[in-house]
Design a protein around this ligand. Structure first.
Ligand SMILES: [Fe+2]
Ligand SMILES: [Fe+2]
Length: 133
């Protein structure tokens, strides 16, 4: 398991908590396929990962824009950094089909990033959304 769902930080917004729960499930399935070095499954689940991340980030960005959140750009920049990394690793995957590289990225980079991002930016944004309603 990449991320234990019980470690997921809860924020003050139900939509965001739901997005995060979904994301962890998608990434745990992806991580299973990576550990199993199942090339076909990784091919399939990488697309699900990219779709799910975009849905997660875009939904939050729309909520921030609709409520004129003052730190919108900084929060979005952190999403954009991860968008670029995922796009880069997907491109490399398409050429190299290397599960070990993906395992390193998931375990040493993505999982830590997600926890920190939720604790900092999503928590703050969720509080703002609470006030805006
Ligand atoms: Fe989030
Ligand atoms: Fe976020």
């Amino acid at each position: 398991m990449l991320i234990d769902p019980s470690r997921l930080p809860q924020v003050a917004n139900d939509v965001m908590n739901m997005l995060h729960e979904e994301e962890i499930e998608v990434f745990n399935n992806f991580h299973d396929a990576v550990l199993a070095k199942d090339i076909d499954k990784i091919d399939e689940l990488f697309k699900v990962v990219l779709f799910d991340v975009e849905d997660h980030f875009k939904t939050e960005e729309d909520l921030m824009e609709q409520t004129n959140y003052v730190n919108f750009q900084t929060h979005k920049n952190d999403h954009d950094t991860m968008r670029k990394k995922l796009a880069k690793f997907h491109k490399r995957w398409e050429i190299l089909k290397g599960p070990t590289e993906l395992q390193g990225f998931l375990e040493k980079d993505f999982s830590q990033w997600l926890m920190l991002h939720i604790s900092k930016w999503d928590s703050e944004t969720a509080l703002h959304l609470g006030y805006a309603n």
